[in-house]
Design a protein around this ligand. Structure first.
Ligand SMILES: [Zn+2]
Length: 254
C-alpha cells in the first residue's frame, strides 16, 4: 500500500531532520571509525530518501535552486532527474510511464537519437514491448552501389508476446503471428483472403467480423490445437472435444 500524501510529507520532514542531524555531527568531519560510522548512516539515509521519493507524485510544486534547477517541494527530487527505480503496488492497477507518441516532424540522423522510448516488461509470463521513435535515416537497407539511406517513418510499435504467439501493432499494422519461424525455415507465404481458393480457406479457422455497414471490426483466429495435446484431450474428454469440433466446423461453414 502507498503512503498517504500527508503521511509522506511527515515522513520526508522526519528524514530530512535526521539527515541534517547526522550531517551536523562534528565526528563526521574528523578522521576515525566514528566518522566512518556516521558516513555509513548518512549513505543509508540517502538510499531511504531515494526509495521514499518514489512514492512522491511531485505535485506539490517546484522550488528553485541556486543552479537554476528545480526541485520538488515535497521530496526534493530534481526535475527531469532520471529515476532509476519504479514503485508498483502489488494489488490493483499498475501504471508504468505515460503514452508516448512521435513528437517531432524532423528526420533524425540515426535511430538512437530518434528513439523516444524503447522499453520491455515481463508481466506474469507475458512480455510487452513499446518502442516509439521519430523519423530517422537508416543505413540498414543501403544497397551496395548507391549511397542512398532509407528514411524510416516516425512510429509507435507495441508488441505482446505469449509463448510462441506474438501480436504486433503499429500505426499501419495489427499483425498476429501464431508461431515464430524456425531456424533455416523459409519465410511464410502471404495472401489476401480473396486470393485464396475455398479449399485452402477451409483449413484456416479464421473469423472475420464486420458491422452492418460492411466495415471490418475484428479478426478472430481459432488457435490450432497441436496434434499431441489433441490426442490427449480426445482420450480424456471425448464428448466435449467432439462438441467443440462440430462447433468449429459450423463456424467455418458459415
Ligand atoms: Zn516529489
Amino acid at each position: 500500500m502507498k503512503t498517504h500524501p500527508a503521511d509522506l510529507s511527515h515522513e520526508f520532514k522526519r528524514l530530512f531532520r535526521t539527515m541534517t542531524f547526522v550531517a551536523g555531527r562534528s565526528a563526521l568531519h574528523e578522521r576515525g571509525p566514528q566518522a566512518q560510522r556516521f558516513a555509513e548512516i548518512y549513505q543509508q539515509l540517502g538510499v531511504l530518501w531515494e526509495f521514499l521519493a518514489l512514492q512522491c507524485r511531485h505535485t506539490a510544486g517546484w522550488r528553485k535552486l541556486r543552479a537554476g534547477k528545480l526541485a520538488c517541494k515535497l521530496c526534493g527530487t530534481l526535475r527531469d532527474a532520471p529515476e532509476r527505480w519504479l514503485l508498483l503496488p502489488r494489488d490493483g492497477r499498475k501504471t508504468v510511464g505515460r503514452k508516448r507518441l512521435p513528437n517531432s516532424g524532423e528526420t533524425f540522423p540515426n535511430k538512437r537519437v530518434a528513439t523516444i522510448v524503447d522499453d520491455t516488461i515481463a508481466f506474469h509470463g507475458a512480455t510487452l514491448s513499446v518502442a516509439v521513435h521519430n523519423a530517422y535515416r537508416s543505413r540498414m537497407l543501403r544497397s551496395g552501389s548507391g549511397e542512398c539511406d532509407v528514411s524510416i517513418a516516425a512510429d509507435r510499435c507495441v508488441r505482446v508476446r505469449e509463448g510462441a504467439m506474438e501480436c504486433w501493432m503499429d500505426t499501419s499494422l495489427a499483425q498476429l503471428t501464431l508461431r515464430g519461424r524456425k531456424r533455416g525455415e523459409r519465410p511464410p507465404y502471404g495472401a489476401f483472403v480473396f486470393e485464396l481458393p475455398k479449399r485452402v480457406l477451409k483449413r484456416f479457422p479464421i473469423l472475420i467480423e464486420h458491422d452492418s455497414r460492411g466495415d471490418l471490426v475484428g479478426v478472430t483466429v481459432f488457435r490450432p490445437v497441436p496434434v499431441q495435446s489433441r490426442r490427449k484431450t480426445a482420450k480424456a474428454a471425448p464428448r466435449k472435444r467432439a462438441g467443440s469440433r462440430s462447433e468449429r466446423s459450423g463456424t467455418r461453414g458459415a
